[in-house]
Design a protein around this ligand. Structure first.
Ligand code: CDP
Ligand code: MG
Length: 155
């Protein structure tokens, strides 16, 4: 498996609960390497584009509000966006994150340990991690411009 890059977003529940460092620490401990990092003020347009595969689903409108910090009183819609790289980085980051639904996620994962399903059914699960090479490419290009990412140097 060749080296890959993947997009991670620290979601507002993780930011609100001061778990940003923990998420970064787990990804670091898994052997992933940072290739890009920035705070982003998430416009409605960016949130909708990022989650466009879910358009029309019952949780879509709340998901757009969630990633923009509206459920956690995060000022200015700020989200930490990260690009990680490494061998099999996409699957590895998903493994560190755990299953989408924290109630089904392995308890040793970030989502299993710290995620929750709210009383209204919203899944709060700390981080976004790209789910395939095609998604990773689309999402990295959506959140970062090329000059903001370290690309592996050919040796
Ligand atoms: O984030 P992941 O790729 O694991 O899951 P997804 O199926 O792509 O869904 C995106 C996000 O929507 C999830 O991470 C949840 O925050 C949210 N979601 C939800 O609130 N309720 C659901 N039934 C499914 C997803
Ligand atoms: Mg997804």
């Amino acid at each position: 498996m060749a080296s890959q890059q993947t997009l991670i977003l620290i979601k507002p529940d993780a930011a609100k609960r001061r778990l940003t460092g923990l998420v970064i620490d787990r990804l670091d401990a898994a052997g992933l390497t940072l290739a890009g990092a920035k705070m982003v003020s998430v416009s409605e347009k960016l949130a909708k584009e990022h989650y466009k595969e879910h358009e029309g689903k019952h949780f879509y409108a709340d998901l757009v509000r969630y990633i923009r910090g509206e459920h956690h009183a995060i000022p200015d819609q700020r989200v930490l966006a990260l690009v990680y790289e490494g061998e099999d980085a996409i699957a590895l980051a998903r493994k560190v994150a755990g299953a989408t639904n924290p109630e089904k996620a392995d308890p040793s994962t970030l989502r299993g340990s710290f995620g929750r399903v709210t009383t209204t059914g919203q899944i709060e699960n700390l981080l976004h991690a790209s789910d395939s090479p095609a998604s990773a490419e689309r999402e990295i290009n959506l959140w970062f411009s090329p000059s903001e990412i370290i690309r592996p140097v050919a040796k």
